[in-house]
Design a binder for this molecule. Structure first.
Ligand code: SIN
Length: 261
C-alpha cells in the first residue's frame, strides 16, 4: 500500500483492494484517516454492499435522518444534479451536525462525473483552530453553538415547523487524537448561545471566513470510481457546482458517531 499526501490535508492510498482488507491494512487505513482527515481511493468498482462493508471500519452505517436512501440500502443516499439553484451542498458544512451524535465519517463514491466542475473542497478544522487568534480561542472556549435542521427539512419538502435544534461546543476535541477543531458551519449553525444576535453573527462570520481559507483546503477533482472518505470531526466540506445540466451521480454513506465535547 502506498500513501501519498495531497495537500494541507488529505492523502491518496494506492495499491490496495478495499474489498479484501486484512487486519494490518485496516489498521493502516484507520491510522491514515486520523493523520490526514481525508482519504482518496481511485479506480474503485464498488457495489452498495461493498461500500457499506468498507464503512464499518469507522462505525455502523447510518440511515440519513431526512433524505431517503436508495432501494434496498436505506443507508446510502444518491446525490444527483438537481441544478445549480437547488444544489444542496454548495455551502461549508460538516455532515448532519443537527443531530446529538453526528456521524464520524462520510464515504462518497462517484458513479458518474461531469467532465468539468463538481469539485469537492475539504478544509482542515484542526489547522484552522491552531491558527485562530488566542483571545478568540479563550473567549469562546466554553461557548456552544445552536445547530438546526431547518434547511434540510425545507429542501426535502418537509414542514419547517418540525425543525429541531441541538447544541454543540464551538470547538470540539477529537475523541481519538485529542486535537481541537472549529465546529461551527454556515450551513447548520443558527447562533452562539447566550450572545446578542448581532454579536453572535459577527463572531460566526469571522470563524467561517477564518476556517475556510485556501491554506487549509484540499480540492478533490473527481474521476469515475473515486471513493473519498472524510472525518466529520475535523473537516468541513463544500461541493461546488459549475457543471450546468450535466450528470453527476454519487453514493454517500455516513457512519455512527458520538456526542461532540
Ligand atoms: C456532501 O456535501 O455530503 C456531498 C459532497 C459532494 O457531492 O461533493
Amino acid at each position: 500500500m502506498e500513501i501519498k499526501r495531497l495537500g494541507p490535508i488529505g492523502a491518496e492510498i494506492k495499491d490496495l483492494d478495499l474489498t479484501n482488507l486484512n487486519e494490518q491494512e485496516s489498521n493502516q487505513i484507520k491510522n491514515s484517516f486520523l493523520e490526514y482527515s481525508v482519504l482518496v481511493f481511485r479506480n474503485q468498482m464498488l457495489n452498495p454492499e461493498q461500500l457499506k462493508s468498507i464503512s464499518t471500519l469507522w462505525g455502523e452505517p447510518l440511515v440519513h435522518p431526512v433524505f431517503k436512501g436508495i432501494d434496498g440500502h436505506p443507508e446510502i443516499i444518491e446525490i444527483k444534479n438537481f441544478g445549480e439553484k437547488y444544489h444542496t451542498n454548495a455551502h461549508w458544512h460538516s455532515d448532519v451536525t443537527f443531530e446529538d451524535s453526528p456521524p464520524d465519517a462520510t464515504l462518497l463514491y462517484s458513479i458518474v462525473v461531469p467532465d468539468e466542475g463538481g469539485d469537492t473542497l475539504f478544509s482542515s478544522q484542526h489547522l484552522a483552530y491552531n491558527d485562530l487568534d488566542s483571545k478568540l480561542k479563550s473567549d469562546l472556549a466554553d461557548k456552544v453553538a445552536v445547530h438546526s435542521n431547518i434547511g434540510v427539512l425545507m429542501l426535502s419538502g418537509q414542514d419547517p415547523k418540525n425543525a429541531k435544534t441541538v447544541e454543540h461546543p464551538i470547538f470540539r476535541s477529537h475523541p481519538e487524537t485529542g486535537k481541537k477543531a472549529i465546529y461551527v458551519t454556515e450551513a447548520f449553525v443558527k447562533e452562539i448561545k447566550g450572545l446578542e444576535s448581532e454579536d453572535s453573527q459577527k463572531i460566526l462570520q469571522t470563524l467561517y471566513e477564518h476556517a475556510t481559507q485556501e491554506k487549509y483546503i484540499y480540492r478533490h477533482k473527481w474521476s469515475k470510481g473515486d471513493l473519498v472518505i472524510w472525518d466529520n470531526r475535523s473537516v468541513q466540506h463544500f461541493a461546488e457546482h459549475g457543471y450546468g445540466d450535466k450528470e453527476r451521480t454519487m453514493h454517500r454513506l455516513t457512519t455512527s458517531g458520538s456526542k461532540p465535547f
